[in-house]
Design a protein around this ligand. Structure first.
Ligand code: FES
Length: 178
């Protein structure tokens, strides 16, 4: 592949921006190579490869993106644009449990933002953040498609409707235990 100077420069900026993982080891590298091999190292499978990596780590570690770029003979900037284009991918470490609270109109009028505040307090994180123990990531959305059940919270794709502030701690306890 003929390297374009501008693309190389972009790749260098990306590496600087996303940094390098301190916690990465040889075992992780082998895991990524195995995932790529499972897709026959096909460039056309790049999204499936990234999805498998995300499934493994709950996010896309920067070092993994570098390996994918090298193995698929793609520019890191190309991998990075795919990873940032799709909402399914995260470049930031995410918790074992993803807690999504709806702030859409139907949920909002029934106290959705109070639920979001209670979750924030219970987890000691703001929406978009992950707890220090990497157990929970708190996210907000504008509709979960279950307005009649509002206010709605989804944890790991499990819907919890008619939520109240009083239920929040019980809900978190359930996942802390589990
Ligand atoms: S507005 Fe909350 S589920 Fe639709």
């Amino acid at each position: 592949m003929q390297m374009d100077a501008a693309v190389i420069a972009t790749d260098e900026i990306i590496v600087q921006e996303i940094g390098r993982s301190d916690l990465w080891d040889e075992y992780d590298s082998k895991k990524i190579h195995k995932i790529i091999k499972a897709h026959d190292g096909e460039k056309t499978s790049v999204i499936s490869i990234l999805l498998d990596i995300q499934k493994e780590y709950n996010y896309l570690p920067k070092h993994a993106l570098e390996i994918v770029a090298t193995e698929l003979d793609m520019f890191l900037s190309e991998i990075y644009s795919i990873a940032t284009f799709y909402k399914a991918f995260s470049l930031k470490p995410r918790g074992k449990h993803i807690v999504t609270v709806c702030l859409g109109t139907a949920c909002h009028v029934r106290g959705g933002s109070k639920i979001a505040d209670a979750l924030s307090r219970g987890l000691s994180v703001e929406p978009g953040e992950t707890t220090q123990d990497r157990q929970f990531t708190l996210e907000t959305v504008n509709c979960l498609g279950a307005c009649a059940l509002g206010p709605v919270v989804v944890v790991d794709e499990e819907y919890h409707g008619n939520m109240s502030v009083g239920n929040v701690e019980r809900l978190l306890k359930k996942y802390r235990r589990g």
